[in-house]
Design a protein around this ligand. Sequence first.
Ligand SMILES: C[S@@+](CC[C@H](N)C(=O)[O-])C[C@H]1O[C@@H](n2cnc3c(N)ncnc32)[C@H](O)[C@@H]1O
Length: 199
Amino acid sequence: MSFKVKDHYFNKAKKENFVARSIYKLEEIDKKYKVISKGDLVFDLGYYPGSWIQYTSRKIGSEGKVVGIDIKEVNDKMNKIPNVEVFHKDINDLKTLEELGVDRPFDVVVSDMAPNTTGIKSVDQARSLNLVEMVFFHLPKLLRNGGNFVIKVFDSNDAQNFLKAQRSMFKEFSYLKPKSTRSVSKEFFVIGKGFKHNG
Ligand SMILES: C[S@@+](CC[C@H](N)C(=O)[O-])C[C@H]1O[C@@H](n2cnc3c(N)ncnc32)[C@H](O)[C@@H]1O
């Protein structure tokens, strides 16, 4: 179930026909940092059920394309949207752009991936950081020079240290905790603009 907490954003998403409340996080990020543009080729990591895909497919329009992967079974509802293609795939198994059905690096990469949580803080933080590290590892082949990037991170000292070491990969590097993120949550988002392909 994607709608875990039945709050204001849960109700708003249902009313507006979005498949998850997470939509409002990407919307706020995009409004503030202008990450996604018309015609863009976008990669959505951990897309399921697909509210970020719904938002992105509208924003990029018919000349753009959004590709999503998730370890969950494909959500056929997303594949019915004309400028969308989603795959059943684990980021840890990703090797080439060709397996994503594209022949050039993406203009934008977004990741809302989250590991299955155990409730044990240190384990959850380490699992989350593993996913974040994996995305940064793949970035040079996924993201074009000058491209934009959004990633969800669970806060920890290790995560902060890791992120500090990545700052120079982007022209602009910002952190945001969107309003729709529950106040008890330790998650925040990193927004990178202007990817510097060769460091
Ligand atoms: C918070 S949900 C994403 C919600 C989505 N942004 C939306 O708007 O509907 C996080 C997703 O990350 C996926 N995920 C976790 N580990 C993954 C991995 N190794 N590779 C791909 N997806 C993964 C989970 O299956 C889950 O569906």
